[in-house]
Write a protein that binds this ligand. Structure first.
Ligand code: ATP
Length: 803
């Protein structure tokens, strides 16, 4: 066409302008994403602009450039500082036409949209219509031919910000974990009063088409019953079945009853199940003192948790990369996370898949709806059903053993749930005696794991035994059977109810074996850190000498340092990261309130820089010192130079405080105090320096929701695994069914989270392939890939690759 002959201003000669907007319901962590996009844009030589109030700002032409400093202090803020709105005009072509005109007039040729599925649907429509919108603008003389040619392509990248976690093609959305935090805080707060009065609480949480919040909250707060849209009760008389189940709990002496209801909960005929209805049932049929708590907007409130800051940050960075990478031919991408890796999927596909869930629900194809969620969803649901021993005929869960049941067998309403294969349970009377012990420093989630293992074991006819105070208690023969009553309120408790220490079997292997035999323990579950790992390895290695050690052993990594081989996350590390970002917020506030002040903050982690790196990334620290890299004069000099440059540039106008995170073991020379003194001396009055040592605060009170959920899922899977191992061992030792006897390396495993999957790896293999015994850490560190972002997002001007 004729426009091809027109002189087109080379885009390369001017900075590309990139618009950022947040749309739909606000969610915690949107600000972290905005900050990351803005800063990365500056780093890459782009010109970032804020578009205010979502699509409304496009329609009304409210937008402006954002400077580096404009996004200072954003990490800790909930909501979205650039505003959001539900914009009716944008749903019409006329609105999108005006929006396109404003984008062109302002010279914006790329757009980062942060929002839920509605917002991303809108983005996709804008992309699809872009050419025709520009044609119409040209035809009506609202833009000229040069503009038509210059802005021929609009790059759009979507980030999913939503508290519901309802988007397909991503395991998590920015904001859903913070919402889960709010729910758990509320339920924890209710617990005391519920226990005191012996009350039933029906808690309603958000999620119109998605039960993720309800499901994870139910696991994290040890709820007794659950309603989610994807998996309605399978029977018509669910009311009777539920009441019968809850009555059993009450008769057993349980004082608190907790039912979690998703806002979008329905029965199998798609009739809404309302929390008030559930309450009335409990009150009328069971004579419970029942109350409803509807959490509403509390769930959107508060400061973002660690995970949402992290996710918003790394996805925001990726969004800028994708803009730079996009060609006119590439479909608009949506940034997600799957298997703990940042993913890029075509936006259209994600939106289509998301709508498919609602369509499946509307068509009563609940099996399909479940399938369309990420794989963890179904496993979590099954864990909940198994833990609570819920009637499978009502809930449709499979009650675990899912790893061995092909997905296609997922119960659907048309299938008789009793046909679903159940895991191999030892016949009654042959239940296993499973010893549980904690080893190492306390870590959030250890009690939740112990409770879950004990409950599931009891449900399956086994005898869970608490071994108190780790190896020390085992050697002394200090154990006791765990009952439902003992463990019932352990989910939200920090510390270690069993008692824990670092003692190793060492020379006492024989005594350990003797006591295990005396207690008749047929399987061991270790919950703990690197010491638990080495202790289990020692016991497994000594099997040749002591037959009593020839039993299945599983280890659930639980340590804030996250240094156990075989897993990406250990229990307690999320709790610790939340404690660290929380401390960063408070310290920054103090640092900014008085005068320009730099804090050197010391965090735990042993020889692993995990806490410092991810805490630093999500807490907004200027630099981190980690053992993997060490610290020397050059590093310190460079950081001093950087601080001087920034404070000089900012002048008197800002009092901004800054944080340097130092891992406790990074250097015996450059201690926290030494670093602090050097900074103070070199600053020559330009800023002040102080130190803070977080210490045991990092063990963090109540465990975070993610740690509780992970604990529950891992423990349940361990019981499942132990049963399998025991069954195999029994089969091999045929004729003597009560004897569990195994020497196989497969029967002493660490359970690990690797992406969205859970894997059991023999401790023997891990010891050889992935363990640095001297430094007491794994050899692999997936999180190191994010290390380089910290200087970039703090405005270091030197080449980051040279660091
Ligand atoms: P949440 O998950 O919080 O509901 P959301 O992004 O799904 O967030 P919506 O209210 O559905 O929230 O959408 C936000 C905005 O996106 C709408 O107000 C509208 O401006 C735009 N939008 C949504 N759907 C469309 C569509 N089909 N076409 C054009 N624009 C749309």
């Amino acid at each position: 066409g004729p426009e091809l002959t027109l002189p087109v201003p080379a885009i390369a000669t001017r900075k590309r302008r990139i618009g950022i907007l947040t749309s739909g319901g606000d969610s915690q962590g949107m600000n972290a994403a905005v900050r990351a996009v803005v800063r990365m844009a500056h780093v890459k030589g782009l010109d970032p602009w804020a578009i205010y109030d979502g699509y409304q700002g496009l329609v009304d032409n409210v937008m402006r450039p954002l400077a580096w400093a404009d996004v200072q202090g954003l990490l800790r803020l909930g909501g979205t500082v650039i505003g959001t709105a539900r914009c009716l005009a944008f749903r019409e072509r006329a609105g999108r036409l005006t929006a396109a005109q404003h984008l062109v007039e302002n010279g914006i040729d790329a757009l980062v949209v942060i929002g839920g599925d509605g917002s991303l649907t809108g983005a996709d429509r804008l992309r699809a219509e872009w050419g025709s919108l520009l044609d119409e603008l040209l035809a009506t003389n609202r833009i000229d031919q040069v503009q038509r040619a210059t802005y021929a392509h609009l790059n759009i990248v979507g980030l999913v910000g939503s508290i519901d976690n309802d988007m397909s093609s991503t395991d998590m959305t920015i904001g859903c974990v913070s919402a889960l935090h709010r729910i758990c805080e509320a339920v924890d707060a209710i617990e005391a009063t519920a226990l005191s009065h012996g009350r039933a609480f029906v808690v309603e949480v958000m999620g119109r088409h998605c039960g993720w919040l309800a499901l994870t909250a139910a696991l994290a707060s040890a709820a007794d019953w659950l309603f989610v849209p994807e998996r309605p009760p399978l029977v018509d008389n669910w009311e009777e079945e539920m009441c019968a189940h809850l009555k059993k709990l009450k008769d057993r002496g349980q004082k608190k009853i907790l039912v979690i209801v998703s806002e979008g909960a329905i029965d199998k005929n798609l009739k809404p199940i309302k929390s008030e209805y559930v309450r009335d049932l409990l009150a009328a049929k069971l004579k419970f003192d029942a109350r409803v708590t509807t959490l509403g907007h509390v769930q959107r409130g508060g400061s973002p948790c660690f995970y949402d800051r992290y996710l918003g940050t790394v996805q925001g960075v990726r969004a800028v990369d994708e803009i730079l990478r996009a060609t006119p031919e590439t479909p608009s991408p949506m940034i997600g996370i799957s298997n703990n890796k940042i993913t890029v999927e075509p936006l259209v596909q994600a939106v289509t898949l998301t709508h498919a869930v609602s369509t499946a629900i509307d068509a009563k194809d609940f099996a399909r709806a479940m399938e369309l969620r990420d794989p963890e969803f179904a496993t979590s649901f099954d864990t909940f059903v198994a833990m609570n021993n819920l009637p499978v005929s009502v809930t449709g869960g499979q009650g675990l053993g899912v790893a061995r049941v092909p997905r296609t067998l997922a119960a659907s309403p048309t299938q008789n749930p009793r046909d679903v294969p159940t895991p191999a349970v030892p016949e009654s009377g042959t239940g296993l005696r499973i010893g549980i012990l904690h080893i190492g420093a306390p870590a959030g989630g250890s009690n939740a794991a112990t409770r879950a293992a004990a409950l599931l074991a009891l449900n399956r006819g086994h005898t869970p035994l608490a071994i108190y105070n780790g190896v020390e208690g085992l050697v002394r023969g200090d154990w006791k059977p765990l009952t439902r009553r003992i463990v019932q309120n352990w989910t939200a408790r920090g510390g270690s109810e069993l008692g824990t220490n670092r003692e190793q079997p060492g020379a006492q292997l024989g005594l350990c074996a003797y006591q295990l035999q005396r207690a008749g323990i047929q399987a061991l579950l270790f919950v703990g850190g690197f010491e638990a790992f080495t202790a289990m390895h020692a016991l497994a290695t000594a099997r040749k000498e002591y037959p009593a050690l020839c039993i299945p052993m599983a280890h659930i990594p639980a340590t804030i340092s996250n240094n156990v081989p075989g897993t990406e996350h250990s229990l307690g590390s999320d709790t610790a990261l939340n404690a660290i970002v929380d401390a960063c917020d408070k310290i920054k506030q103090s640092a900014s309130a008085s005068r320009k002040r730099v804090f050197v903050m010391e965090v735990h982690g042993g020889n692993v820089g995990y806490l410092a790196t991810l805490g630093g990334l999500a807490g907004g620290s200027t630099a981190v010192y980690i053992p993997e890299e060490g610290v020397g004069l050059h590093r310190v000099q460079r950081d001093v130079d950087h601080l001087i440059r920034r404070y000089s540039a900012e002048g008197a106008a800002t009092k901004e405080g800054r944080i340097l995170l130092r891992n406790e073991a990074v250097s015996s020379t450059y201690t926290t105090d030494v670093l602090c003194s050097i900074l103070r001396a070199e600053a020559r009055g330009l800023f002040d320096a102080r130190s803070a040592v977080l210490g045991h605060l990092q063990q963090g009170g109540a465990p975070s929701p993610l740690d509780r959920v992970r604990a529950t899922r891992l423990a349940a899977m361990c019981v499942d695994w132990i049963e399998n191992q025991a069954a195999q061992a029994m089969a091999e030792a045929d004729g003597k069914p009560a004897l569990v006897y195994t020497m196989s390396k497969q029967s002493a495993c660490v359970i690990g989270i690797q992406g969205a999957t859970t894997v059991f790896t023999p401790v023997e293999d891990l010891m050889i392939d992935d363990t640095d015994l001297k430094k007491r850490r794994a050899q692999t560190a997936w999180w190191m890939e994010w290390r380089g972002l910290i200087p970039l997002l703090s405005g270091y001007t030197i080449d980051p690759d040279a660091m």
